[in-house]
Write a protein that binds this ligand. Structure first.
Ligand code: PHE
Ligand code: FE
Length: 296
């Protein structure tokens, strides 16, 4: 190959780095992946397989096995789709990068999960400012095999379309929910806290940090609390929220959010690292290494 991927650029504004979006839906150009691309996949896949033992949730690991992704080569979306469609009716579509919000919501509402087709370079194994194939495929796709989580993601898409019609504040609240569950969520198992958030499972450093470091808060999930909480896009999270089960997540998010958005509009947002008296605290973070500014 190398087809030069059309990357999503980021521009630095007073709101931090803001991606410039593209709408393109593309066929996965599988034959164009280079040997290096496949090696990056293999390296990251094998590294995370080791890190996630005893750290990722049982359900994530079971779904991952059921999906039959393997390290030897970058999976073909078409092959994964046969498994996924049968399990929960979801399918993967290839994209260039981040989509405009409404397009993204519409895809999710229709059980299409957008996966960035290109993979990071060997010198970016540990950190990338935007989603690539490894994050999207390894991180997000396994739990779409779980019927409850699959329903949650589709409901989120429908909720997104609705929030988009309500306004910017509603979208901010909804995005925080996505961030603290789909991307950075923890779950309480009988044998301890585990990871299910995609942003964590696709990162070696954060997989260890979120569970084993004393620095971050680990707090019980509460819908309105989460929707008020700002977050970090340029560092490990200061706070992780812990669900009891995927059913709890589904039930908490089933009610109509319209009155909740109206209520939250009258309340202040909560800084990413704060702990409230009303929180269920699993760990009160020491705050070690936290930067003072930069919550979004
Ligand atoms: N119940 C939410 C609403 O009315 C939709 C939603 C479901 C949002 C699941 C997120 C997750 O807007
Ligand atoms: Fe993601």
């Amino acid at each position: 190959m190398n087809a030069t991927p059309k990357r999503v650029e980021h521009q630095l504004t007073d709101k931090g780095y803001v991606p410039v979006y593209t709408t393109a839906v593309v066929e996965q150009p599988w034959a164009d992946y280079s040997a290096t691309d496949h090696e990056v996949w293999a390296t990251l896949f094998e590294r995370q397989q080791r890190v996630l033992v005893g750290r990722a949730s049982d359900e994530f690991l079971a779904c991952q096995r059921a999906m039959q992704m393997t390290p030897d080569r970058i999976p073909k979306f078409d092959e994964l789709n046969q498994v996924l469609r049968k399990a929960t009716g979801w399918e993967l579509i290839g994209v260039e990068g981040l989509l405009p919000e409404l397009d993204f919501f519409d895809h999710l509402a229709n059980r299409r999960f957008p996966v960035t087709w290109w993979i990071r370079k060997p010198e970016q194994l540990d950190y990338l400012a935007e989603p690539d194939l490894f994050h999207d495929l390894f991180g997000h796709v396994p739990l779409l095999m779980n019927p409850v989580f699959a329903d949650y993601m589709a409901a989120y898409g429908r909720g997104g379309v609705k929030a988009h019609g309500i306004g910017q504040d509603a979208l901010v609240n909804l995005t925080r929910l996505y961030w603290y569950t789909v991307e950075f969520g923890l779950i309480k198992q009988a044998d301890g806290l585990r990871i299910y958030g995609s942003g964590i499972v696709s990162s070696k450093g954060e997989s260890i940090h979120c569970l084993e470091s004393d620095a971050p808060n680990r707090i019980g999930f509460d819908l309105e609390r989460v929707m008020r909480t700002r977050y970090r896009i340029d560092s490990y999270q200061k706070t992780y929220f812990v669900i009891d089960s995927y059913e709890q997540l589904m039930e908490a998010t089933t009610p109509d959010f319209t009155p909740i958005y109206a209520k939250l509009a009258k309340q202040d947002s909560i800084p990413a690292g704060n702990v409230l008296d009303t929180d269920t605290v699993f760990n009160r973070g020491t705050g070690e290494g936290w930067l003072a500014d930069g919550d979004v």
